[in-house]
Write a protein that binds this ligand. Structure first.
Ligand SMILES: Cc1ncc(COP(=O)(O)O)c(C=O)c1O
Length: 435
């Protein structure tokens, strides 16, 4: 069998360089929170395929549901000859979406498509054009999703022009001195300087910024956004693509704020590793576009729908929301112990098992340390742990371990984080740069 190095050489020659690659680790098999590479090395997976594996690699329920569906049929196209697994999944997601207003759903294939469709639906519903998003937010790589994304390099640089009528407000981040009031004032400034609220179709926000750095939107901010949208007839879109399906200790992160979104995006952990995304929202808004206006060839693949039903069963029967709280507490406590010892850890934050640590120089929030962050992901990989970074300045480590992981595996992974950081702190070049 080819080695990691041989496969890396082939990869580099075969793929365009725009398709990033964090580790030269070629996976042979994976189960729950562990994976093994082609050379037989074992890794603990704290990345979960970027938030896709809340129920772990090949959860037995998901594997069985997919096998059963594969015996029946793999594709007919939901828009041509539909099937019960899709209807059942839509009914179930409509029931799970927060709030009492009747809901309807659509299925698409990727998170970016779900975001795009929210804008289409909000515009069709309101007859308005503008959309407001937040600085540092990430909504995907298609054109509208890119326009809404609030991070230029590497997502937008060189790709313009973008669709018009997109505005950004700052996300409230106490650690970086941006209060809830600052963000609300900025929204009022957009209404004063750029666009009247009567022309705004939607405001879109991640309840916990994912790619942007795992910053948690305070509940009072989401509640204020709900009021603002109600006052001006704006559609409130909550992007739950990274936060959904028990990651934060609730089925959806927005439940922590106790508000009802108008539209929600879902993807990633929805189908436990199979490509599926959804928009779920208030039925009257969802029904605004006419027949044929929404959809896609692979939208609502029966295999992915069967997987998603099994994911929902696993979340319920294994009480994964409660498990996320327990795991999150374990991770935050362990990382805070480490923070007391290491001035490089500026902040440890978490909601449920959506946990992050921000790496800075000498405890200064304004001195991000992306070099140390990169070195840590590399060193951890050498020790058998897959870690993911994020953040506007690339200086945040995000923890996305499967919620089905055992305590022992999570502790083993956290020990690797601690050992790697201690080694790097003792490395003269990095320690000097971090001082
Ligand atoms: C919050 C959020 N929205 C949208 C997306 C885009 O999803 P996809 O990569 O499936 O298009 C992502 C992906 O990371 C995300 O985290």
């Amino acid at each position: 069998m080819a080695s990691n190095q041989q496969l890396q050489q082939r990869r580099d020659a075969a793929f365009a360089r725009g398709l990033g690659n964090q580790l030269p680790v070629y996976v042979e098999r994976a189960r729950n929170a562990e994976l093994w590479d082609v050379e037989g090395r074992r890794y603990i997976d704290f990345a979960g395929g970027i938030a896709v594996l809340n129920t772990g690699h090949l959860h037995p329920k998901v594997q069985a549901a997919v096998a059963k569906q594969l015996d029946a049929f793999s594709h007919t196209c939901l828009m041509i000859t539909p099937y019960e697994v899709a209807v059942e999944l839509a009914e179930r997601l409509n029931r799970l979406a927060p709030g009492h207003t009747p809901k309807k759903a659509i299925f698409v294939t990727t998170g970016a498509e779900a975001v795009e469709n929210c804008v289409k639906i909000a515009r069709a519903h309101s007859g308005r054009q503008a959309v407001i998003a937040f600085g540092g937010g990430f909504h995907g790589r298609t054109y509208m999703a890119m326009a809404l994304t609030g991070k230029v390099a590497p997502y937008k640089a060189g790709f313009g022009p973008f669709p018009a009528e997109v505005y950004h407000a700052p996300f409230p981040i106490a650690y970086h001195g941006v209060s809830v009031q600052d963000s609300l004032d900025a929204l009022e400034h957009i209404f004063k300087y750029d666009v009247e609220p009567e022309r705004v179709a939607a405001i879109i926000i991640e309840p916990v910024m994912g790619e942007g750095g795992f910053y948690i939107a305070p509940p009072e901010f989401l509640q204020a956004l709900r009021k603002l949208c109600d006052r001006h007839g704006i559609v409130l879109v909550i992007d739950e693509i990274q936060t959904g399906f028990a990651r934060t200790g609730r089925m959806f992160a927005v439940e922590h704020a106790g508000i009802e979104p108008d539209l929600m995006t879902m993807a990633k952990s929805l189908a436990g590793g199979f490509p599926l995304a959804a928009v779920v929202g208030k039925a009257d808004i969802m029904d605004s576009p006419g027949p044929g206006g929404l959809g896609g060839t692979y939208a609502g693949s029966p295999i992915a729908c069967a997987a998603a039903l099994a994911v929902l069963d696993a979340i319920e029967s294994e009480r994964l929301c409660a498990r996320a709280e327990t795991l999150g507490t374990m991770m935050v406590n362990s990382l805070r112990d480490l923070q007391r010892e290491m001035p490089a850890i500026g902040e440890v934050r978490g909601i449920g098992a959506m946990v992050a640590m921000e790496l800075v120089k000498n405890r200064d929030p304004h001195s991000p340390d992306p070099d140390l962050t990169k070195a840590l992901t590399r060193r951890a990989a050498e020790k058998g742990l897959v870690l993911l970074s994020c953040g506007l300045y690339g200086n945040v480590i995000r923890f996305l371990v499967p919620l089905t992981a055992s305590d022992a595996i999570v502790r083993e992974g956290l020990d690797i984080v601690a050992a790697s950081l201690r080694e790097l702190a003792a490395t003269p070049a990095l320690a000097a740069a971090s001082a």
